[in-house]
Ligand binder design. Sequence first.
Ligand SMILES: Nc1nc2c(c(=O)[nH]1)N[C@H]1C(S)=C(S)[C@@H](COP(=O)(O)O)O[C@H]1N2
Ligand SMILES: [Mo]
Length: 235
Amino acid sequence: MSNFKFTRRNFLQISGLSGTSLLLGGCGIPIGEGLVGVVSQPLNEKVETLIFKPQTLVPEFSTKDIEPEGLIVNSFRGNPTIDPANYRLVIDGEVNNPLNISMADIQQLQLTSMIIRHVCVEGWATIVQWGGVRLRDIVALASPKENVKFAYFESADGYYSSWDIASATHPQTLLAYQKNGEALPRENGAPLRLASAVKLGYKQSKWITRITLVSQLSRYKGYWEDMGYEWFAGI
Ligand SMILES: Nc1nc2c(c(=O)[nH]1)N[C@H]1C(S)=C(S)[C@@H](COP(=O)(O)O)O[C@H]1N2
Ligand SMILES: [Mo]
C-alpha cells in the first residue's frame, strides 16, 4: 500500500471495474474503457511523488481493543439526514477528471478496515474500527493536477475543513461508511465521513458532500480552524 503505483492494473483493482455506473462529473462518461483510458495515462511524475510517496503507517489496534460505545457524538450543527440512494459525492477543483459519484459507485472500490484511536480536543479519545475506501483511491480517480496541495471538504451540515494533500492521501485516511463493522450511523456522518489515523477529531468531517482539490487555501480554512483551532491538527 505504501508503494502504491497508479498503473492500469492498480486502477482495475481499486475500481473493481464492473462499474459502468461510475460517472465522470460534468460530462457523464461511463467509467468503462473511456475513463480507464483517461486516468491510466501516466500521471505527471511530480503528482505521483506528492500523492503516492511512501508514508509512515500508524500502528493499529486489534478487534478486542474496540470500545463499542466509546465514540461520543460531537455534532455542532445538528445531524442531517441524507438519503443514501440520492446521495452524490462531488470531487472537483484542480483535477483532470471531476467526479460526481453515488454510494454504489464508492462501494465498488476496495473496502479497507482500520482500528485506530479517535482523539477529540475536548478531552476524550476512543478506539474505533472504520470501514470504507481510501481517500487516495478517489483522489487518484479524479486525476489531480500537479500543483494540488490541499483538499477542502464540505459537509451537509455546513461544516467544512481543509487538509494538506499528504494527510488526505495517507493510506490510513478513509472515506468511511462503516463503524465498528456496521453501517455508519446517521449521527456519525452517514453515508460518508472522513476517518483518519493522522488527524484530530475536528478534521474528520461527517456527511461529506464535496471534496475540492486546490493548490492554495483561501482565507476560509475550516469551521473550527477559522475560530482559531490549529489548522494542521495532526496526531
Ligand atoms: N460535519 C461535521 N463533521 C464533524 C463534526 C461536526 O459537527 N460536523 N464534529 C467533529 C468533531 S469535533 C469530532 S470529535 C468528530 C466526532 O465524530 P462522531 O460524532 O462520529 O463521534 O466529528 C468531527 N466531524
Ligand atoms: Mo472533536
